[in-house]
Write a protein that binds this ligand. Structure first.
Ligand code: 1OR
Length: 341
């Protein structure tokens, strides 16, 4: 998690659940009418947190002190848990159970009904999605020692969308469907409401349908930064994509001047609705520059898997900046050469 680990999370202001709950009830009703029987496709209609009874018995998996300590550490850094209150975090700690895996073990198979959500403590996992025509599994990505998966089938009441296979010995923490829906899905309903208006104003997302934007909201988390905080660091592996909600973010790059490798050049400043952090994700490379908060600022953050899953339709827009970055870099080199002559 690197630079993100020390940042406090905070919800966006102006939350009001009531409208959404009405809408959720309506959506659930439609879902029951149109979707009787087996869970079919990913759709907002499956998203009905109120359908899960709050009075369900709490799931408790007893743990040793050591296990509890390890689990607390694992979930402390997870985006998906970052907006839970103390009581909810306690319930999560009680409900999760440990599962160890061996190389080649299928943790999830595409098309199955969803039972558990998993958080990775240790180990690497491949992501496969079946080709829609040939049904041959295609390798789409991997989790490398951290992250979480299995939330989509539980969130949207749909079959599993990908197959997840352990590539070495690993350790996971699982959470059952009922607890996941009672805690995480309820929070996501609130998040939708909070992000809805903001995301509609983000130019990058203008090609998405409202439903696609809603799914972006489900996957996003707000991060707050103080003046000078490092949001991401040049050279680090890339895990997250950022959209500025409020304040300013300055991008600086160092090391282009051989006579003064510590010399930093300001590349850009981003503000409300603008995004950064996409280049390393698209090119699968370390961060090409660092991002710092300029004054207090807040960003909406997506992890790499959600970025790939949800922003595919925006890829063309995202790619548009790449030649501009390249041009900017060659201008920096030109300036440096001129200064040294
Ligand atoms: P699930 O409950 O559907 C499989 O079970 C899980 O794989 C899924 O939740 C996600 O947590 C995880 N598309 C769909 N699911 C993905 C993807 C994905 N990546 C991870 N999962 N991608 C689509 C690419 C076109 C992104 C691949 C990097």
């Amino acid at each position: 998690m690197g630079a993100l680990a020390n940042q406090d999370d905070e919800e966006m202001a102006g939350s009001d659940n009531d409208d959404h709950m009405d809408e959720a009830e309506e959506m659930a009703l439609m879902a029951r009418r149109t979707n009787a029987g087996r869970r079919k496709s990913v759709s907002a209609e499956g998203f009905d947190p109120d359908a899960d009874d709050d009075d369900d018995e709490r799931v408790i998996h007893p743990k040793t002190d050591g296990q509890r300590e390890r689990l607390s550490k694992v979930i402390a850094d997870m985006l998906i848990f970052s907006s839970l209150d103390t009581e909810q975090t306690q319930q999560v700690l009680d409900a999760m159970f440990e599962r160890t895996v061996s190389p080649g073990e299928h943790v999830i198979d595409e098309g199955d009904d969803g039972d558990n959500f998993y958080v990775i403590e240790r180990g690497n996992f491949d992501i496969f999605i079946n080709d829609p025509v040939t049904k041959v599994p295609q390798h789409k990505g991997a989790y490398k020692g951290s992250g979480a998966f299995g939330e989509l089938a539980l969130m949207y009441n749909c079959p599993r969308l990908a197959t997840i296979i352990a590539t070495d010995d690993g350790s996971l923490w699982g959470m059952d469907r009922t607890t996941f829906r009672r805690i995480i899905v309820k929070n996501a309903a609130r998040k939708r409401k909070q992000y809805e208006d903001f995301l509609a104003t983000v130019p990058l997302l203008s090609t998405l349908t409202p439903e696609e934007r809603m799914k972006v909201a489900d996957a996003m988390v707000t991060k707050n930064y103080e003046d000078g905080d490092v949001i991401l660091r040049q050279g680090d592996p890339a895990d997250y994509f950022y959209i500025v909600i409020e304040g300013e973010v300055v991008i600086r790059r160092r090391g282009d001047d051989p006579s003064n490798p510590d010399n930093e050049v300001v590349l850009n400043t981003y503000t409300n609705g603008q995004y950064f952090g996409e280049l390393a994700l698209i090119q699968n490379q370390p961060r090409a520059a660092s991002a710092f908060a300029q004054g207090q600022c807040r960003c909406a953050v997506l992890d790499v898997q959600a970025f790939e899953r949800l922003l595919g339709p925006c890829k063309e827009l995202l790619m548009r900046n790449i030649p501009l970055y390249e041009q900017q870099l060659s201008e920096i080199y030109q300036d440096l050469n001129m200064n040294s002559e």
